[in-house]
Write a protein that binds this ligand. Structure first.
Ligand SMILES: *Cc1c(COP(=O)(O)O)cnc(C)c1O
Length: 394
């Protein structure tokens, strides 16, 4: 629950877990590029540090900061978003358990569930997470132990009702896990809305500068399902046992990125709104997917659940797949590339790029779809570049 006496978001992002170093006064947390620590006599650990897979002070700073930003009791930093997701699934589920997952989950998440967890006996069903009843319909009583949600989803920006899904999960004795990568903790606070666990690819908005791959898992202060009351200990045990931890340099870069998260998300949202206004004026843009639009089916829900609507947009163009593919190759300010959430604007064709692996399945995306990760460059430059690409493409 929100503690009103908690410092504001930007203050926490800049200070939580990052007190000046007591010895030197260093304002910025040091990069503790070390694997081991001197013991003062056998077992005489200084502040508990023994070996850097188990704990490292730079990683601790990042973990404390992310826990504060998400309103969690404990956070764990991993070498990638998928490593964190694996720790959640393998740390908390066992063979015979079942999970409900989004029809439009991030492709790597679905691959982990469908090709890795399944081989170890964890089954799943797909549901449209924007339809709470569809999720409820896939629950297998006593067997479903986890509902996995992304909101907004990738690349169609569907919005899921986190509070409603938390109730559905908890009634069934299952955990609600929210992948908060697209919104970031600045725009959306899943734990406040009832989620038990939040995961991030910190590679995206949290890091924010496209210079580091990382992941985080945040565990809520109170877990609604008694069977999982020790969820934080289990995720922590898995982090140390499997060892896919965030290194000191990566932790430091992510921590530096987090300091400007609030500013960046405001500017990503400002620029995205301007891009949407521009696209709306174009007769050759046939559909815009952005939760900030009144016409978006999840608009009211997103307005309640998110602070703003974020920097991700997808849209469809007249001229079909051929034109969409041609267009994404014509921009010069927008970089043609995968990933998202950095300061630089990216453009891509999901059907042939990020979502190529789901072609021919029920997760397939429209062939004329273009996805934008709107960066924080000057908006005039972004709009002029999109305009010339639209005009030139055929
Ligand atoms: C990128 C991404 C992931 C995976 O994270 P990695 O850091 O690439 O392992 C998971 N979920 C979402 C929504 C993502 O965008």
């Amino acid at each position: 629950m929100t503690d009103d006496k908690r410092p504001g978001f930007a203050t926490r992002a800049i200070h939580a877990g990052q007190d000046p170093d007591p010895r030197t006064g260093s304002v910025v947390p040091a990069i503790y590029q070390t694997s081991t620590y001197k013991q003062d006599g056998v077992g005489g650990f200084r502040e508990g540090y023994e070996y850097s897979r188990s704990a490292n002070p730079t990683r601790t700073a990042l973990e404390e900061c992310i826990a504060e930003l998400e309103g969690g009791a404990k956070a764990f930093a991993f070498a990638s978003g998928l490593a964190g997701e694996d720790a959640v699934m393998r740390g908390l589920l066992k063979p015979g358990d079942h999970m409900v997952v989004p029809t439009d989950a991030y492709g790597g998440t679905y691959r982990l569930i469908n090709q890795v967890q399944k081989r170890w006996g964890v089954d799943h069903s797909l549901a449209k997470v924007s339809q709470a009843d569809a999720v409820r319909g896939e629950i297998r009583p006593g067997v479903t132990k986890m509902i996995w949600v992304e909101t907004p989803t990738n690349p169609l920006l569907n919005v899921a009702d986190i509070a409603a899904l938390a109730d559905i999960a908890h009634d069934a004795g299952a955990l609600l896990v929210v992948d908060n990568t697209f919104a970031s903790p600045y725009l959306q606070q899943p734990i406040d809305l009832g989620a038990d666990i939040v995961v991030h690819s910190t590679t995206k908005y949290c890091g924010g500068h496209s210079d580091v791959v990382g992941g985080a898992v945040v565990v809520a202060p109170e877990i609604a399902v008694p069977e999982f009351a020790d969820a934080a200990d289990r995720v922590g045990f898995h982090q140390n046992s499997m060892g896919a931890v965030a290194g000191p340099m990566d932790s430091w870069l992510t921590l530096r990125g987090l300091k400007t998260l609030a500013l960046r998300m405001e500017q990503h949202s400002n620029n995205a709104e301007r891009v949407v206004d521009f696209l709306r004026e174009r007769s050759d843009v046939t559909h815009i997917h952005y939760p900030g639009l009144d016409s978006h089916p999840g608009h009211d829900l997103a307005a309640r659940q998110m602070k703003r609507f974020g920097g991700m947009i997808s849209f469809q163009v007249a001229g079909g797949e051929h034109r969409a593919v041609d267009l994404v190759g014509r921009t010069t300010v927008w970089t043609l590339g995968e990933s998202l959430g950095g300061v630089e604007s990216l453009i891509e064709h999901p059907g042939r790029m990020t979502h190529a692996s789901v072609a021919g399945t029920e997760l397939e995306v429209p062939a004329d779809l273009i996805r934008l990760s709107v960066g924080i460059e000057d908006i005039e430059d972004l709009l002029a570049d999109l305009e010339q690409a639209l005009e030139g493409s055929r």
